[in-house]
Design a protein around this ligand. Structure first.
Ligand SMILES: NC(=O)c1ccc[n+]([C@@H]2O[C@H](COP(=O)([O-])OP(=O)(O)OC[C@H]3O[C@@H](n4cnc5c(N)ncnc54)[C@H](OP(=O)(O)O)[C@@H]3O)[C@@H](O)[C@H]2O)c1
Length: 347
């Protein structure tokens, strides 16, 4: 398993990161534990979670269960030090967590304490802001994004206050490093500038959606990643399962994510199936598994620190872990570029 630097933290994370957001709903505690065991055996040292997980579906009753699954694995195995553990504080507006309160000095301490308790550990390696208080263009909001209502001074003051509170957690030893999620290039640059001005810790990573079908990261964020050593932690690299090909022809396999979330978060569009087919055809032409091609492609991008994939069965997990052994040759990369031009932004 290839290891990549996590920003300027000195930590090295496996290029595949185990996603966890189905543990506690689609997957049981025992299944979650088995996934961790298997992934660590394959050389993964990085697990991503969030205080709001699990999802599919989200609910007040299940919120926090995913962190508890990881916590009970630590308690059972004593292997806390074998894992670089990333979790997230929810941003403003998710009613189930703290009634939708924003990320602020008033909420960070309680959120950290809650995560530590569920995770049964005394520290979080990477504490991420799940989405910005001011909103985000991710999750298909890019189609109508209008930042003109944002108050610049308020946004910057909010960032400064948040960095101060994060700094106090670093000093307490509860969190080691910090990262962003669902952020923009402007936003990330402001967090970095404030850290350089001594207002708090430097963001180590940016967790945004990225896959063959979702390539918003390719331009300004890519440039920022490369120059600033803020690596991409790519989520939904299989486009929530679409790139496996299992939904082609309108199929909805029993128990699949689409049975819980019919439009897969806005990813089911008219142009999507043709785009998926183009990538399935490339994989078939080159004798590759489409799942492994999709994951290896994200891992090979020049700005990727780690690829956060998900699995709901041992077979899915094994197939994904096998992507660590796949290096896509230039002919495949050229075909992928051509398919991207033919099917840009299918959703
Ligand atoms: N920061 C954020 O806002 C954010 C947002 C989303 C995710 N994340 C993180 O990223 C992780 C991964 O996200 P994701 O689950 O959307 O990633 P993904 O890798 O794009 O999709 C994984 C899903 O695809 C299906 N799948 C995987 N392998 C398959 C195979 N071989 N055959 C058929 N189906 C297969 C499974 O769903 P089914 O079996 O249920 O169909 C699996 O749960 C999450 O766990 C979380 O840690 C972060």
């Amino acid at each position: 398993m290839k290891m990549n630097p996590l920003g300027r933290t000195g930590l090295r994370v496996s290029e595949l990161c185990l996603g966890s957001m189905t543990w506690g709903t689609q997957n049981s505690e025992a299944e979650g534990h088995a996934q961790i065991d298997r992934a660590l055996d394959a050389g993964v040292n990085f697990i991503d979670t969030a205080e709001m997980y699990p999802v599919n579906p989200k609910s007040a009753e299940t919120q926090g269960r995913t962190e508890e699954v990881i916590g009970s694995w630590f308690a059972r195995t004593g292997r806390r030090d074998d894992v670089i553990l990333a979790t997230k504080i929810s941003g403003e507006g998710y009613q189930v967590v703290r009634d939708g309160a924003p990320i602020s000095p008033a909420t960070i301490r309680a959120a950290v304490e809650g995560s530590l308790k569920r995770l049964r550990t005394d520290h979080i390696d990477l504490y991420q802001l799940h989405w910005p208080n001011r909103g985000s263009y991710m999750f298909r909001q890019n189609w109508t994004y209008d930042p003109s209502g944002q108050n610049t001074a308020r946004v910057l003051a909010d960032m400064e206050d948040t960095l101060g509170a994060l700094e106090r957690e670093v000093e307490r030893g509860t969190i080691r490093h910090v990262g962003l999620s669902n952020e923009s290039a402007w936003g990330t640059a402001q967090w970095l500038r404030l850290a350089e001005a001594g207002r708090g810790p430097r963001m180590a990573s940016l967790q945004n959606e990225y896959s063959l079908l979702c390539r918003l990261y390719d331009t300004d964020l890519a440039e920022l990643s490369v120059h600033e050593d803020v690596g991409l932690l790519a989520f939904s690299p299989l486009a929530a399962g679409l790139l496996t090909g299992k939904y082609q022809g309108g199929a909805v396999p029993p128990g699949s994510r689409m049975t819980y979330v019919a439009d897969l978060g806005g990813r089911v569009t008219k142009r999507m199936p043709d785009a998926v087919q183009a990538y399935l055809d490339i994989a078939a032409r080159h004798g590759l598994d489409p799942v492994q091609m999709a994951l290896a492609w994200v891992a090979q991008r020049p700005f990727t620190a780690s690829v956060i994939f998900g699995a709901t069965s041992p077979a899915q997990l094994d197939l994904a872990l096998g992507a660590a052994d796949v290096t896509l040759p230039d002919e495949v990369l050229r075909d992928i570029d051509a398919a991207h031009r033919a099917h840009p932004m299918p959703y």
